[in-house]
Design a protein around this ligand. Sequence first.
Ligand SMILES: Cc1ncc(COP(=O)(O)O)c(C=O)c1O
Length: 343
Amino acid sequence: MIDFISDTVTHPTRQMRDAMYEAAVGDDVYGEDPTVNRLEAVAAKRMGKNAACFMPSGTMANLTAILAHCARGYEVLVGDESDIYHYEAGGPSVVGGVVFHPVRTQPDGCLAIEDLKASFRDPLDFQCARAGLICLENPHCHSGGRVLPLSYLQEAHALAKSRNIPVHMDGARIFNAALALGVSPAEVASFADSLQFCLSKNLAAPIGSMVVGDTGFVDETRRLRKMLGGGMRQVGVLAAAGLVALDTMVDRLSEDHRRARLLAEAIARLPDIQVNLDEVQTNMVFFRITGSRFTWQTFLAELARHGVRMCELGYGRIRAVIHYQINDDDIEATIDTFKKILE
Ligand SMILES: Cc1ncc(COP(=O)(O)O)c(C=O)c1O
């Protein structure tokens, strides 16, 4: 099976498993795990922030960040097509009494500055919750893995500052964004007060995300992590894989981008496929099945019958995510499968 369903399906590499076996450990709730401490220092430095905290998941990273920024009863301006809004079980509302204020997502993944401005309502006039935070997702998954431009980030950040509220970036795949923009991840992160990125997706670690930001903010996320039951003990065994991920898996992401482009351009030439090539900026390819021969359901079933797994990700769009377990031969075989089915 060639598995394009997500980059979360990636397995830890041999080097990660060796590092996990050899990892020096301690009790991380006491701050005494040397491998976690090293990972946190490396992550903070890579993102140009003062501090970092190792989290079990991107969901907990986003949740603790939102709760650290936003008091109960405040609202978070969040994209209506974001992972935080759709796929994280409403944690900030359930756990922290934070109100989601969904903002329409533009086709390129941005939340229009005008829409953000309009979302700031006078709480006394409107008897509404006070705005406490803006969340941006970059790259933006539901928009095809598109990257938010630096000029946009700068504008959104300036707006937040003018309203005296912070920006949190869900940068689950921040290294893909930085690669596509041709800048360092720290430059992308500089337009956010806090950011979370995942080790367990395209970087192939078995688990883990990092929250980065100012020291006081990160200390608070650490306290909230404990409240949520995410305080881990000898977790250097997992942090060790994260360190290898940062060391060995970032530079190779350009391979995934190249292969995504290859796949997109090849299938764009086939009948009954609609791909917006401008959308293909990172490791994702979104496309639609047109014509009357297939629905997205029957096309996915046909792909699966030929050993290719993809998924639907909203409004009948099919998504393919390229990752390190997909090589050039797999891309070629997949293109051949598409041809076999469609030509
Ligand atoms: C953009 C984005 N943010 C956050 C998450 C949540 O990460 P996790 O699955 O580690 O909780 C995901 C997961 O796919 C994601 O794609």
